[in-house]
Design a protein around this ligand. Structure first.
Ligand code: NI
Length: 212
């Protein structure tokens, strides 16, 4: 789902950015959170492995930070950063018995344009649309694939977001945020051949933030 998601989101994000840029600058916000990445994963068959083989990608939980800025009363732009997430990659389908065959770390920086429906209210929901870039590093093969090479391409894709801020004391906010991110990678390995892996995770964050 790589190219279609990208162009649709980029076009919509650009339209929002152009219409928002004409307005005066607003306040900044920062959020620190615990983020869980829950893949909706699937893969093509690795061509060098048995018929019916696939891989699956496990989730991970880590720390994230989001920094944003209101462009108008209701429209904000936000950048999501995080410490690296680490995922186990496991055999699936006919090779499910292999268990973990690799681990990979990734960073998923994401820019979203958000519409905040009632930004002054104690309960302030918002929706966002944006662009994610995910890159993989420290890829290590294990178990049945130990000693073989494995590479995972970077991914560009759309990010959809729904969340809400809850006013706490002063300028502090509680926050719950759910994103769906279109992350797909091409895997190439000396023992697997080249095949596509869809990760397309739910990314759920609970945290605290502050306006300033
Ligand atoms: Ni996809």
């Amino acid at each position: 789902m790589r190219i279609r998601h990208l162009t649709g989101a980029a076009g919509a994000a650009l339209l929002l950015a152009v219409s928002a840029a004409a307005h005066a600058a607003g306040p900044w916000f920062v959020r620190f959170g615990i983020t869980h990445i829950a893949p909706n994963d699937d893969s093509d068959r690795p061509p060098l492995l048995a018929a019916g083989s696939k891989v699956s990608v496990d989730g991970d939980t880590g720390l994230s930070v989001a920094i944003g800025r209101f462009l108008t009363d209701h429209v904000a732009v936000e950048v999501l950063g995080a410490l690296p997430f680490e995922h186990d990659i496991k055999g699936a389908g006919s090779i499910a018995s292999l268990g973990t065959v690799a681990t990979a770390k990734q960073l998923p920086p994401t820019v979203t344009l958000q519409y905040h429906f009632s930004p002054q209210a104690a309960f302030s929901p918002y929706a966002g649309l944006g662009l994610n870039y995910t890159f993989f590093f420290d890829i290590e093969t294990k178990g049945a694939l130990a000693g073989t090479s494995l590479d995972l391409d970077s991914s560009w894709g759309a990010a959809l977001q729904l969340g809400a801020d809850f006013r706490l004391a002063g300028d502090w906010l509680g926050n719950v945020d759910v994103r769906w991110i279109d992350i797909d990678t091409e895997a190439s390995g000396s023992a697997t051949g080249t095949f596509d892996v869809q990760i397309d995770p739910w990314v759920v964050t609970v945290g605290v933030g502050r306006r300033f």
